[in-house]
Design a protein around this ligand. Sequence first.
Ligand SMILES: Cc1cc2nc3c(=O)[nH]c(=O)nc-3n(C[C@H](O)[C@H](O)[C@H](O)COP(=O)(O)OP(=O)(O)OC[C@H]3O[C@@H](n4cnc5c(N)ncnc54)[C@H](O)[C@@H]3O)c2cc1C
Length: 374
Amino acid sequence: MYDCIIVGSGPTGGTTGYHLAKKGHSVLILDKADLPRYKPCGGGVSSVIQEWFDFDFSPAISLTTNQVYCTWEHEKTIAVNTKNYPIWMVRRDIFDYFLVQQAVKQGAILQDKTEVTDIEFKSDKWIVKTSNQEFSGRYLIAADGAKGTMAKRLGFKKLKKLVSGALEVEIPSHNQSNDTYFEFGFVQHGYAWNFPKADGFSMGAGVFGLQRKAQSYHKIIANYASLFNLTLDNASEHGHPISLWNGDQKLHTDNALLAGEAACVVDPFTAEGIRPSIFSGLKASEAIHNALSGDINALEKYTEVMTQEWGKEMIWAQRLSQIFYRFPQLGYQVMEKNPVSASTMLKIFSGKLSYSQVAQKGINLLTKSFFSYG
Ligand SMILES: Cc1cc2nc3c(=O)[nH]c(=O)nc-3n(C[C@H](O)[C@H](O)[C@H](O)COP(=O)(O)OP(=O)(O)OC[C@H]3O[C@@H](n4cnc5c(N)ncnc54)[C@H](O)[C@@H]3O)c2cc1C
């Protein structure tokens, strides 16, 4: 019997597996995919995550960006230098597999091509069923991402989340640039991105506001790519849902936790999911370790920690999102008039500043501008 079974080997599963195995616990990580697997994603990761691990992520980084540009219809550029707050650009197949391999080096067992099809809580342990095998574990972590079914299987009937969709396009190219772009004028109530990789670009589009409007992401991205002299001729396209944070909620049940996107931790303003998933994976590993060490309230405390340390921030991100994406053009004008707001966002992304310290000021600026426009 394992101390902990983790379903999913993305950033959440890799993080939880690494920290639990490092503390000497027996860990089984199951993934239905044939690893390394592709995950539709821009692959922009705040380098602050390095602080949460004692190994070097360099082999998993495609490049580090120098400069971020925000634009409105490819004009009205706001430039932010990222020298003090590096952002990594990663290929998710490489990054996720590298991370989970570090867990394996610490003694975790990784089994891919193994889909969890059912679970059962029996005599204080979880029986985890796959198509041809059964495993048992004292604790269980659902790290199965936005499309996962584990939360439902664990009895979480209706999670608080705002489901968004995004399209990501991988464009292979001889790339000389480290520059990163966010474009707010082409997508209604969302943004498009152009993230550089050592061997090409990840471009994409998604809607992150409450308002939903039918629009062709493919057309938007094709047009956006042409502005960088790129075409989608040799590109691969991948659509995927995103579970944005939409309120605090219970993330624990009998000997089990929800973590990462399965726990709907994605920032509802920026749609950043990797750092939040890794953060929740870290906190989940601490909770399971404490539970295995005899703390009977450890899992409940995980929900409290996520509320205190993540939910407290996300409530501000949600307020900003609701106001910014409702009237994005006015929102962008406010950003242009206050270019420091873009570098403030970068500091938040880097974990060096919290939303709660600055968001009220941003909301006041946006509200004032909307009233003066109206
Ligand atoms: C288009 C797009 C662009 C994005 N860009 C960014 C970005 O630039 N930066 C950023 O920070 N975030 C980004 N995100 C969000 C980010 O990709 C996710 O939040 C992150 O991958 C969540 O990590 P996770 O480990 O929780 O889940 P995942 O990475 O989704 O991993 C879940 C794993 O669980 C496995 N699994 C699922 N069900 C089962 C099962 N029943 N049995 C066994 N295994 C199972 C899957 O195969 C998968 O490997 C983006 C999302 C999208 C859709």
